[in-house]
Design a protein around this ligand. Sequence first.
Ligand code: 4NP
Length: 148
Amino acid sequence: MKILMVCLGNICRSPLAHGVLQHLVTKKGLTWTVDSAGTGNWHVGDPPDRRSIAIAKRYGIDISRQRAQQFDYSHFYEYDHILVMDRENLRNVLAQAKTDEQRARVQLFLPDNEVPDPYFNDSLFDPVYQLVANRCEELVTEWRKDKQ
Ligand code: 4NP
C-alpha cells in the first residue's frame, strides 16, 4: 500500500504525518510506502521547517532528511491513499483528478476536520504533532483491519 500526505508547503504538517507514519510502518514491519507533497511549489527541494524537525525530534522521530516536492497528477497513479491536511488542499488536489477512481483515493487526513496550519504560529507545532501522531496510529489500525 502506498500513502501520500499532502499539505500546502510540504514543510510543516505533511512532513510530520509522513515521518510519524513512516516510523510506525517501520516499527510494525509493514511494507507500506509513505511520502508527502505540497500543493504549492515555494519550498520544493527544501528540508522540513526547523520547528517541525524539532518537534518530531522531541518525540524520537528524525524528519530532517525529507525534501519538499509539489503534488502533481502522476501521484494519482502512484498512491492508493492521498491524505490532505485541510479543505483548501482537498480542493486543490481534487481539481487535478480526472476520474472518480482518482477522486476516491483522496480524503481529509482527519475525518471531517482540518489540521491547522502552524506556519505563522509557533505554539501550534506541538498540538499539530499530537493530532498527527494520534491519527497516524488510528490509520494504521484501520488499514491493518482492512487487510485481514
Ligand atoms: P504546511 O505549512 O502547508 O503545513 O507545510 C505552510 C508552509 C509554508 C507556507 C504556508 C504553509 N508558505 O506560505 O510558505
